[in-house]
Design a protein around this ligand. Structure first.
Ligand code: RET
Length: 270
């Protein structure tokens, strides 16, 4: 299943371009987030730093994925010839293992909850995310449909837990957020759920009758689109939330500072 020799030349070339596009998006989003970070108030810079870290880790892995793709096969006398090196699917999973818990922490951080709540939510959701990825890998590299199906089911357990926590658990915290970001934070939570739902569906497609070269195209393109939504688009949304919250807090501080100045005017020269 998912063997490279079933690819046509066009399919092999197309997937290479998809990886290259993924690398460009991740690297440029990293630059943008880190360069623009100082526009947000210091409290929110940690969330933006982490957003940039997530896309930086992804950019590195897309480079590795691209190199592994190039090394795994080549085009000779009108067909795709496999080199025997194999295409390393572990890069994606190691990338997810590092970035998925960070993404969840990012969402929690930008909400500025109490220290205890931030820590307990980060540990629970981050741990479940790591478990979900680890359980998915054996099925991804398995040669048969049965193993893929079993690990899909196992990995869906922590997945459903995370989605449930995000939808139900965060709802209450969202209602406490300032009005100008409430909608955006709900959108970020929806983007997480929608883009995350993509992964188990893509994983399942080879089990639903998509076979040969098309299966590899669908899986690799599907994961890359989902990665761009879950990391780059999500990271930019977090950036906008951080800027809006910084602005709202600057306004509150200005209003609080104004009457205080009137009550005790500082006399120059006294
Ligand atoms: C797997 C295996 C099959 C079942 C499930 C999976 C879920 C994967 C997810 C990955 C999310 C990755 C992200 C990466 C971006 O940084 C492992 C495909 C449920 C949800 C968000």
């Amino acid at each position: 299943m998912l063997e490279l020799q079933s690819l046509s030349i066009d399919q092999y070339g197309f997937i290479g371009n998809v990886f290259s596009f993924g690398l460009a998006v991740m690297a440029s989003t990293t630059l943008f987030l880190w360069l623009m970070m100082s526009s947000a108030a210091p409290t929110y810079r940690m969330a933006i730093t982490i957003s940039g870290l997530v896309t930086a880790i992804a950019a590195y892995h897309y480079l590795q994925i691209m190199l592994s793709w190039d090394g795994a096969a080549s085009v000779a006398s009108g067909e795709v010839v496999v080199s025997g090196e194999g295409f390393n699917r572990a890069y994606r999973y190691v990338d997810w293992l590092l970035t998925v818990p960070l993404l969840l922490v990012e969402l929690i951080l930008v909400m500025k909850l109490s220290k205890a709540e931030t820590l307990s939510r980060s540990i629970r959701l981050g741990g479940a995310a790591a478990l979900m990825i680890v359980l998915g890998y054996p099925g991804e590299v398995a040669g048969n449909v049965g193993t893929r199906a079993i690990f899909w089911i196992l990995s869906m357990i922590p997945f459903i837990y995370i989605v449930r926590e995000l939808v139900i658990g965060l709802k209450e915290s969202i209602s406490k957020q300032p009005d100008n970001v409430k909608g955006l934070i709900s959108k970020a939570a929806i983007l997480v759920v929608a883009s995350w739902a993509f992964y188990p569906i893509v994983y399942l497609l080879p089990l639903l009758g998509v076979t040969g070269g098309s299966a590899i195209v669908v899986v690799e393109t599907g994961y890359t689109i989902a990665d761009i939504m879950a990391k780059a688009v999500f990271g930019l949304l977090i950036f906008v939330i951080a800027i809006r919250k910084s602005e709202a807090e600057a306004d509150v501080n200005a209003v609080e500072a104004a009457p205080a100045e009137q009550a005790s005017p500082v006399k120059k020269g006294s």
